[in-house]
Design a protein around this ligand. Structure first.
Ligand SMILES: Cc1cc2nc3c(=O)[nH]c(=O)nc-3n(C[C@H](O)[C@H](O)[C@H](O)COP(=O)(O)OP(=O)(O)OC[C@H]3O[C@@H](n4cnc5c(N)ncnc54)[C@H](O)[C@@H]3O)c2cc1C
Length: 512
């Protein structure tokens, strides 16, 4: 059967080999890489492109390298986008640190701020040019799998149609229908961050500098100003959804309050005008206990929870996971094996390349979730920044981890642990948790001990603060997860380096 929009596929029984739901960076990148390998791919999105996506628009060096591999960095429109070379961190209006984006071999020493309306349509365009069939304004409303196929029900305007494929990729973002069906439940609140953003015109200050702000009001979370160039900027705030105790402030109101009260941000926006509405969207963080694959199904990007909860970055993980899913599917299609064991290579790859970053970030986020301890966490942040100002190596490592450039395993180094983080954290009685990181050889014992510390904290805080048992248990679980990841790594001799780009891409020096 042929429709004007759909290509005839390799088999009369299928409308397409691979059906990809969602044409954001994850889905469009996966589609591009599969089509380049000669596969028949259909990419659907419920929206019409170019479309907006609520985001901070900061595209870090790792994502820029992925864009380069797609051929996009040669385009004039891309080269006209705003470059950011410096990041500054403020706490309660005081500059803690201002550093150039660290230089990593093979990566650009800068990021770009690219409005998603542009970025996402570029990736869709290269996917189309690679041979992908793109169906816009097509929404997945249901799907089912059997032993030989996936049947999807798609809604387009007022019509519904069935679509048969050999496998499906869920790249349908943080409200993913594919993930919900695969996992049998919605994303838990504890795995969610909420964020809002707005564009401003007439912004004062340097265009090549991204600014991150922390304050007691916004913690656990941060607010940002990312210049898009020509006096425009993306301004927003993000916060862990489930905090102890809970915060009732609406994020839109919080952003307005922060803009009015923060001395640095308010001076940059003193003569600026809000260009459009403040809009919010959730982010899902990674939960290693949830599957990323099932028979004929893979999850990528936000649908898989691939967000760095420390900095909210997800574009790089969306593009990387799209490519990794495509590579695993390519092998699976050649072998004509699309059951979960054949797709599991993808899940293992995500684990192997991102596990430290996600486990460490998960642990930190679980700790800072407790707003009762806000003054302590903010003090720790100040100590980290103070140390970073006097120790360039320490600054490069902590800044690189925060920016998602350096694997979190780098913090298992004397340089970082001997720094002020240790002092700050030790003072909290979390000695065991950080010993886990400090002395990975003792990891198993330390992991057990850390879990005990978490339980101990859970019981104490339950008694003293009335009800934060879940928080302490969460600390125990996340600490055990982190210890477990270190343990896996110690036993894994093949994994000499953890940086995703260094593992997968031979590029050493970067040119656009
Ligand atoms: C406020 C905010 C600020 C952020 N700032 C940054 C930042 O500065 N830098 C960064 O790297 N990351 C940032 N992120 C995270 C980043 O936006 C995401 O990680 C990224 O968009 C993930 O890409 P994706 O392709 O997985 O999903 P998405 O970009 O969300 O794309 C999903 C697509 O699926 C489509 N879709 C959904 N359901 C269906 C359906 N049923 N049928 C058909 N199509 C469907 C949607 O229309 C959408 O186009 C931010 C997020 C938020 C909310």
């Amino acid at each position: 059967m042929t429709t004007p929009n759909v290509r005839i596929t390799v088999s009369n029984h299928f409308d397409t080999d691979i059906l990809i739901i969602g044409a954001g960076p994850a889905g469009a990148a996966a589609a591009y890489h599969l089509a380049k390998q000669g596969h028949d791919v259909t990419l659907i999105d419920k929206q019409k492109f170019p479309r907006d996506k609520v985001c901070g628009d900061f595209v870090g060096p790792v994502a820029l390298l992925e864009l380069k591999n797609l051929g996009i960095t040669r385009w004039q429109d891309y080269q006209d986008t705003n470059i950011v070379r410096r990041a500054s961190l403020y706490l309660d209006g005081k500059q803690l640190i201002s550093e150039m984006i660290p230089t990593i071999p093979g990566l650009p020493a800068f990021g770009r701020v690219i409005p998603r309306k542009q970025l996402d349509s570029w990736i869709v365009q290269v996917a189309k040019e690679a041979g992908v069939s793109v169906l816009e304004e097509h929404q997945l409303v249901a799907f089912s799998t059997d032993s030989g196929s996936v049947t999807a029900e798609l809604r387009h305007e007022k019509t519904r149609r069935r679509f048969r494929a050999r496998a499906i990729i869920g790249a349908d973002g943080s409200h993913s229908l594919v993930a919900r069906q695969l996992r049998g439940k919605k994303t838990a609140n504890k795995d969610r961050i909420v964020a809002v953003r707005a564009y401003y015109d007439g912004v004062a200050g340097e265009a090549d500098e991204a600014e991150l702000y922390f304050s007691g009001e916004s913690f656990p979370g941060y607010y940002w100003l990312f210049p898009t160039g020509k006096g425009q900027a993306n301004v927003g705030v993000g916060m862990v959804l489930e905090t102890v105790p809970r915060t009732d402030d609406g994020l839109k109101q919080l952003l307005k309050n922060l803009i009015a009260r923060d001395p640095v941000l308010s001076s940059r926006l003193a003569h600026a005008q809000l260009a459009n509405k403040i809009i919010g969207w959730p982010l899902n963080t990674y939960n290693p206990r949830l599957p990323l694959t099932a028979d004929r199904i893979l999850l990528t990007g936000d649908a898989a929870g691939l967000i760095n909860p420390l900095n909210g970055e997800g574009i790089q993980y969306a593009m990387l996971s799209g490519r990794w899913a495509a590579e695993a599917l390519h092998t699976a299609l050649i072998n004509n094996r699309l059951e979960r064991p054949a797709l599991f290579a993808y899940e293992q790859r995500v684990q192997k390349e991102l596990r430290y970053d996600m486990a460490l970030a998960g642990m930190i986020v679980q700790l800072i979730r407790n707003r009762i301890l806000n003054p302590v966490w903010l003090k720790a942040l100040e100590l980290i920044a103070t140390r970073a100002r006097v120790d360039p190596d320490y600054a490069a490592i902590t800044g690189g981890v925060l920016a998602g450039l350096i694997p979190a395993s780098s913090v298992i180094s004397r340089k970082v642990i001997d720094g002020t983080v240790q002092q700050a954290v030790m003072s909290l009685g979390l000695r065991t948790a950080f010993n886990t990181v400090y002395k990975p050889k003792n990891t198993l014992l330390a992991g057990i001990d850390t879990t005990r510390t978490g339980l101990d904290m859970a019981l104490k805080s339950f008694r003293h603060t009335g009800g934060s048992l879940a928080w302490g248990l969460g600390v125990a679980i996340e600490a055990a997860e982190l210890a477990g990841q270190i343990l896996i790594d110690l036993g894994d001799n093949s994994n000499k380096t953890h940086h995703p780009v260094q593992i997968t891409d031979p590029v050493r020096s970067y040119t656009e």
